[in-house]
Ligand binder design. Structure first.
Ligand code: SAH
Ligand code: SF4
Ligand code: F3S
Length: 429
């Protein structure tokens, strides 16, 4: 991946991976029933992924358990974005020890795989997980658990080292567009609302963020698949779509990269609004550096596109934004909000803010508060900086004491309360 991987440091939880129990076809031996419970952590992408896993499992003859207690197999679809996300998974695994089959999936699962691959010393004595699937392997879960698909795990069964297994599972389900299409097409529709993933992974490498490592490089899903899925949803009575990606603004249909009329995010949005029955389209997440004028024009001109815009700013000081590798300065962000407000006076803005990034002084932090004053966000998600394995920021000194991080976060929320009481309420996406 990148040079950052050389900087892996051990992190403080003792765990993991994978015992030597049999895999593949042997997996279901001794399991009398196939009741599965999926517990999902993290962001909308993970909840979306869990929906796909569930549909696949039902198609492959598994039943849905009503609770973890009633399940024979528990799938933990995990998050790893901050240290406390890791902790949640680790304590859940602790509670699950016993006769249940445990399947780890998602971003934390990938973190473990990477640590193994790069030789980080992980205590693997007491992880009772039977399987470990990275986010780009999840579409194969149902068939692998059902024993119908051996290919991915033969290496793991026959060899006894993790590396063989990792190699054998390195196939990217999201590059297998037939599989993606099949899953979208089979997805159960039970409300007037559906999510569609349009782009997987991220190439931005914000210095604090583990996502590019655990979700992999950016891959757009072909326009045709997304369009056909949306059409099918609309035919079944879905009126509202939520398009998902770590950075939806950099969407570019892979079949058209060399042609003249590129199918970019604006093209996609506009095409979907033309489908009969589609009434509203929302999208998550936008990156300020890629939010172009064409998109602003489209949003302002098209009633079907939601004007609730989630636009993470992260910090208000240029020094910190640069250390975060965000690719914009404070003025760029404010200009973008100004442009959007001018074109769409009824736009509502939400954002993400990190406090206590390495080197953040009181002055830097005051810049975040003053940016909040200028923008007057409708909703804020605030986080204390948390050092993550593999990231560039791990090289920086995490020098803001926890107490200061807590106090700054409190002040962010307090500031937001004041702003909100001036402006009235708003429901984020
Ligand atoms: N792709 C989205 C969201 C990624 S994760 C984006 O680019 O905005 C969601 C949020 O978690 C981020 O916006 C950031 O505010 C926060 N986050 C990510 N890594 C973090 C870390 N190491 N410590 C604290 N917050 C973090
Ligand atoms: Fe992480 Fe930055 Fe990518 Fe968002 S854009 S997922 S914060 S690296
Ligand atoms: Fe967490 Fe992975 Fe989403 S780390 S925030 S579940 S992309």
């Amino acid at each position: 991946m990148t040079g950052h991987l050389k900087n892996i440091k051990l992190w403080n939880i003792k765990i993991y991976y994978i015992d030597s129990r049999p895999r593949g076809n042997d997996f279901m031996e001794g399991v009398k029933k196939n009741r599965v419970f999926i517990k999902t952590y993290g962001c909308q992408m993970n909840f979306h992924d869990s929906g796909l896993i569930e549909d696949g499992l039902l198609k492959n003859g598994f039943d849905k358990a009503g609770s973890i207690k009633d399940a024979d197999i528990v799938i933990l679809n995990t998050c790893s974005v901050r240290d406390n996300a890791d902790h949640k998974v680790v304590s859940e695994i602790g509670r699950l020890k016993g006769d249940k089959k445990i399947v780890l999936a998602g971003c934390f699962a990938k973190q473990i795989k990477l640590k193994k691959e790069f030789g980080v010393n992980i205590n693997n004595a007491d992880i009772p997980a039977d399987y470990c699937f990275a986010p780009d392997e999840i579409l194969s879960i149902p068939e692998i658990l059902a024993g119908n698909l051996e290919k991915n795990y033969n290496g793991g069964i026959k060899g006894n080292g993790f590396k063989e297994e990792l190699k054998a599972t390195a196939e990217d389900d999201y590059q297998n567009f037939n599989l993606v299409e099949e899953y979208f097409y089979n997805k159960k529709i039970d409300s007037g609302f559906a999510t569609i993933k349009i782009i997987e992974g991220c190439n931005n490498f914000c210095s604090y963020c583990i996502v590019p490592f655990v979700r992999g490089k950016e891959r757009s899903i072909p326009f045709k698949i997304i369009y056909n899925s949306a059409k099918r949803y609309a035919d079944k009575g879905v009126g509202e779509l939520l398009l998902l990606g770590q950075n939806v603004n950099s969407y570019l249909s892979p079949d058209d990269v060399n042609k003249k009329n590129k199918k970019d995010f604006s093209y996609m949005l506009e095409s979907l609004t033309k489908i009969d029955g589609i009434k509203k389209i929302k999208f998550l997440t936008s990156h300020p550096k890629d939010f172009n004028d064409k998109l602003i024009e489209l949003i302002s001109a098209n009633d079907k596109i939601s004007k609730n815009i989630h636009l993470p700013v992260q910090a208000g000081s240029d020094r910190i934004l640069s250390a975060m590798n965000r690719g914009y300065i404070r003025r760029d962000y404010l200009n973008l909000i100004e442009k959007l407000r001018k074109k769409c006076p009824d736009a509502a803005f939400s954002t993400d803010i990190i406090v206590g990034f390495p080197g953040e002084t009181d002055e830097d932090f005051e810049m975040t508060l003053s940016l909040m004053d200028e923008v007057k966000f409708d909703f804020i998600f605030g986080f204390k900086y948390s050092p993550r394995p593999f990231t560039k920021a791990l090289e920086f000194n995490d020098d803001v004491p926890l107490e200061v991080k807590k106090e700054r976060l409190e002040r962010v929320f307090q500031k937001q309360k004041e702003i909100k009481s001036l402006r009235g309420g708003y429901q984020p996406l």
